[in-house]
Write a protein that binds this ligand. Structure first.
Ligand SMILES: [Zn+2]
Length: 72
C-alpha cells in the first residue's frame, strides 16, 4: 500500500467517514501496490461531526419520573 497527499480533482467520498471530499480539497490517496486501479481517498482530517450522522435536536425531551428512572 502506498499513500500520498493529493489535491482532489473531482468530488470523492472519504473511505473513513463516507463524507464528501470536494474538488480542490487536499486529501490522502491510498493505492494498492498489487492492483494499481484500486485507490481510496481519505480526508486528511475527517470532520468530527459529519452531516449524515447529525442527530435531530429535540428541544423538549420527555422527562422520566424518578420512580421510573430508579427501576432500571
Ligand atoms: Zn473523512
Amino acid at each position: 500500500m502506498a499513500e500520498k497527499i493529493v489535491t482532489a480533482r473531482h468530488r470523492q467520498v472519504c473511505d473513513v467517514c463516507h463524507g464528501h471530499i470536494e474538488a480542490g480539497e487536499r486529501c490522502r490517496l491510498i493505492r494498492d501496490d498489487f492492483w494499481p486501479l484500486m485507490v481510496w481517498f481519505e480526508h486528511l482530517r475527517c470532520p468530527d461531526h459529519p452531516a449524515v450522522a447529525a442527530e435531530p435536536v429535540r428541544p423538549n425531551p420527555p422527562r422520566l419520573l424518578p420512580a421510573m428512572a430508579l427501576s432500571h
